[in-house]
Design a protein around this ligand. Structure first.
Ligand code: HEC
Length: 136
């Protein structure tokens, strides 16, 4: 009598249900991500795809850990993840897009004692960074 293995059935079951399930979750996650990106760009008027080289040019990563930016692992200013969930920026300014852009350009405008320096970044560039930060 031939011994029937259960494995072909298990593999078949996994392919039939597992693959569509995983693909479905991936598509849903990707759509949520795109929506979050679009909201962040609409709020700030920036293009988050332009942000990574700007973070590098102005040395943000030397003081901040920034998600998704290789080498941005600074410990001076804390990490910049989940900024959209915060109530305040730098503990002093209401968290909205205009204030975030203004903070990035000139933190001293809000907090004269802030250890964060003015980096000389242009407002248009700061908008791209703000879009990126709100999306991560
Ligand atoms: C020399 C170090 C230094 C550099 C360079 C620097 N920062 Fe900061 N940053 C800080 C410090 C310190 C704070 C906390 C300041 C405070 O609360 O007054 C801060 C705060 C912030 C905050 C508010 C964070 C929060 O949780 O509320 C944002 C946003 C920010 N920095 C973005 C940037 C960006 C974008 C750049 C690059 C253009 C940058 N920083 C460059 C030191 C730095």
């Amino acid at each position: 009598m031939p011994t029937t293995s259960v494995w072909p059935k298990v593999v078949g079951f996994a392919l039939l249900f597992g693959v569509p399930l995983v693909a479905g979750i991936a598509v849903t996650t990707a759509k949520a991500r795109l929506k979050q990106d679009a909201v962040a760009e609409a709020l700030t008027g920036g293009d988050l795809a332009l942000a990574p080289p700007i973070f590098r040019r102005y040395g943000c990563g030397g003081c901040h850990a920034i998600p998704g930016i290789p080498g941005a692992d600074g410990k001076v200013g804390g990490q910049l993840a989940g900024l959209s969930d915060q109530v305040y920026i730098g503990g002093v300014a209401n968290n909205n897009a205009d204030n975030l852009v203004a903070w990035i350009v000139s933190p001293q405008r809000f907090s004269t004692n802030s250890a964060m320096p003015e980096t000389g970044i242009k407002e248009s560039e700061a908008r791209h960074l703000a879009a990126y930060l709100y999306a991560h």
